[in-house]
Design a protein around this ligand. Structure first.
Ligand code: FAD
Length: 429
C-alpha cells in the first residue's frame, strides 16, 4: 500500500483526463501531477470505443468554439508535432427532407454567419456523388409505412472528419510523460477524501463548522493526497461524486457501432466531388438517427444509430453490442436508402456509453473546494477534448478566461454548474 502526496491528482486516463493532465502540466511544470486509471492503459474506458468523428457544425456558440479549436489542435498535433492521429477530413453530410431543411433554415444561417463552411447540395449533385443513394420512395409501400423521409437536399460540411481517438489520447499521455507527469494504471479510486482545511486530529472530523475540501482519494493501491483532485471518470463519475454530494450532470447511455467491409460497398469508398478523401463523409440519414462513415484507414464502413427515446439510462461496466438491434432494426432503414447493404452483416461491432447531459448536451467543467470535475461530454468528448483540457487548466489557475488553441478566448465559468452559461445544443444527431 502506498501513501503519496501530489499537487494534482487526475482520476481517469481517458481523453478528458489526459488532455487536462497535459495542459495542467505544461502550465505548471514544477507541480507533481499524477494520473490514475483503474484499467491497465490509457483510453480503455469509452475513449477507444469512440467513432472518433469530429465536426465544427454546432448551433451553440459554445460547442462550436470547443470543437473548432480542438480540430485545429488535431491538425497541429499531426502535422507539426508528428503524431499519426489518422486524421481525415472526410466531411459530414446531413441528408434532409424538405420539411427538415425548412425547420433548420434559421439555424443554418446563424452557423454560416459564424463562419462555419456549409455547402448545400441538390438532388442531382447528390446523385452524382453517391450513385448508391436512394432518395425517393414513391411506390415503395413498405418505406411509406415505415415513414421514411425522402431526401431533398444535402448539407456538406468540410471542416469535419475522423480521427483515431485512442491515438489522440496516447499523444496527450506521451506529451504529459515527456513533461515529467506520472501515470499509475491498475489503480482505482474507491472514494474521494473530504477533509477539513485545518485538521485538528479529533475523531469525527470534518465537523459542520469546519471548512472542507476534497483532499485526494483512497485508491486500491493506497491513499493519494492531493492539493487538487481532477475527477475525469466519464460515465463512472457518479460513483465518486454521489457519496460526497456532488453533481455529475450526466447519465450513461449505451451507444453501438457496427463495421462492414464488402466489395458491394466499394461505391461508398469512391465518392466523387465531396472531400477529396474519396470515402463516404459521416452521413446522417433523414430518418431514424442512422449515420455512417467511410473509414479511410481500413476501407470499411462504420455505422451507428442515435437511439434516444426508448434506450434506457444505466451504467454498464462492459456493455455489449446487440446483433439483433442491427438485423431487426437498423438494417431495414439502411437498405431502403442504401440497397448496397442488402444481405450484409457486420464483420465487427462493439458498444460503449455516452455520458449524456440532457439539459444542454454540453460538457461540464465544475470546481468544488479542492476538486475540479470534468465530464458530461454527451457523445462529443473527443472532438472537444483539447478545449476542455485548456479550460480545466485555466480553472485550476483561477483564471477567468481560457485561451483555446489558435488564441480564441473562453469564459471558464460558462462550463461550470453554479454559473453555467451555455446555449442548448439543437443541432444534434
Ligand atoms: C460508441 C461510441 C461512439 C462515440 N463516438 C464519438 C465521436 O464520434 N466523436 C466524439 O467526439 N465522441 C464520441 N464518443 C464519445 C467519447 O468517446 C467520449 O465523450 C469521451 O471518450 C469521454 O472521455 P472521458 O475521458 O470523459 O471518458 P472515458 O474515456 O470513459 O475515461 C474515463 C476513465 O476513467 C477511468 N475510471 C473510471 N472510474 C475510475 C475510478 N474510480 N478510478 C480510476 N479510474 C477510473 C476509466 O477506466 C476510464 O479510462 C463516442 C462514444 C461511444 C461510446
Amino acid at each position: 500500500m502506498i501513501s503519496m502526496d501530489c499537487d494534482i491528482l487526475v482520476i481517469g486516463g481517458g481523453i478528458l483526463g489526459f488532455s487536462s493532465a497535459y495542459h495542467l502540466k505544461s502550465q505548471n511544470p514544477d507541480k507533481r501531477i499524477i494520473v490514475i486509471d483503474k484499467n491497465s492503459g490509457p483510453a480503455q474506458g469509452n475513449t477507444a470505443k469512440s467513432e472518433g468523428a469530429f465536426r465544427n457544425v454546432f448551433a451553440s456558440e459554445t460547442n462550436f468554439l470547443l470543437a473548432d479549436s480542438t480540430i485545429d489542435w488535431f491538425n497541429h498535433l499531426q502535422s507539426r508535432m508528428g503524431y499519426d492521429l489518422k486524421l481525415n477530413y472526410i466531411g459530414y453530410l446531413w441528408l434532409f427532407s424538405e420539411a427538415q431543411r425548412r425547420r433548420l433554415t434559421g439555424v443554418l444561417d446563424t452557423m454560416r454567419m459564424r463562419g462555419i463552411e456549409l455547402r448545400t447540395m441538390g438532388k442531382e449533385e447528390l446523385r452524382e456523388s453517391i450513385p448508391d443513394l436512394i432518395m425517393d420512395f414513391q411506390g415503395d409501400e413498405e418505406a411509406e409505412m415505415m415513414g421514411l423521409e425522402p431526401v431533398e437536399v444535402g448539407l456538406f460540411a468540410p471542416k469535419c472528419g475522423s480521427v483515431d481517438a485512442d491515438a489522440v489520447c496516447r499523444a496527450y499521455e506521451a506529451e504529459f510523460l515527456r513533461l515529467g507527469g506520472e501515470v499509475k494504471y491498475g489503480t482505482e479510486a474507491r472514494r474521494l477524501l473530504v477533509k477539513p482545511k485545518e485538521e485538528l486530529g479529533i475523531s469525527g472530523e470534518p465537523f459542520i463548522w469546519q471548512e472542507k475540501h476534497v483532499a485526494g482519494a483512497e485508491t486500491t493501491k493506497g491513499v493519494i493526497e492531493a492539493g487538487t483532485t481532477v475527477v475525469a471518470t466519464g460515465v463512472w463519475s457518479e460513483g465518486l461524486l454521489n457519496p460526497i454530494g456532488l453533481e455529475s450532470m450526466m447519465r450513461p447511455k449505451k451507444r453501438q457501432l457496427f463495421v462492414f467491409k464488402d466489395p458491394k460497398l466499394g461505391g461508398l469508398m469512391n465518392i466523387r466531388g465531396l472531400s477529396g478523401e474519396g470515402a463516404l463523409p459521416l452521413t446522417i440519414l433523414p430518418t431514424s438517427g442512422v449515420y455512417l462513415k467511410g473509414e479511410v484507414t481500413e476501407g470499411s464502413i462504420w455505422l451507428g444509430c442515435a437511439d434516444n427515446l426508448g434506450r434506457k439510462f444505466s451504467l454498464e461496466e462492459d456493455p455489449q453490442p446487440e446483433k439483433e438491434y442491427y438485423t431487426n432494426n437498423i438494417y431495414h432503414v439502411l437498405v431502403k436508402y442504401l440497397p448496397c447493404f442488402a444481405d450484409l452483416r457486420p464483420m465487427n461491432m462493439w458498444a460503449g456509453q455516452y455520458a449524456i447531459n440532457s439539459l444542454d448536451m454540453t460538457p461540464v467543467v465544475s470546481p468544488s473546494p479542492g476538486m475540479i470535475y470534468v465530464g458530461a461530454a454527451s457523445g462529443s468528448g473527443i472532438m472537444k477534448s483539447d478545449a476542455i483540457g485548456r479550460i480545466v487548466s485555466a480553472e485550476y489557475a483561477e483564471r477567468k478566461e481560457a485561451e483555446l488553441f489558435g488564441g480564441r478566448k473562453f469564459r471558464v465559468a460558462d462550463l461550470g454548474i453554479a454559473t453555467r452559461n451555455v446555449e442548448k445544443e439543437t443541432f444534434i444527431i
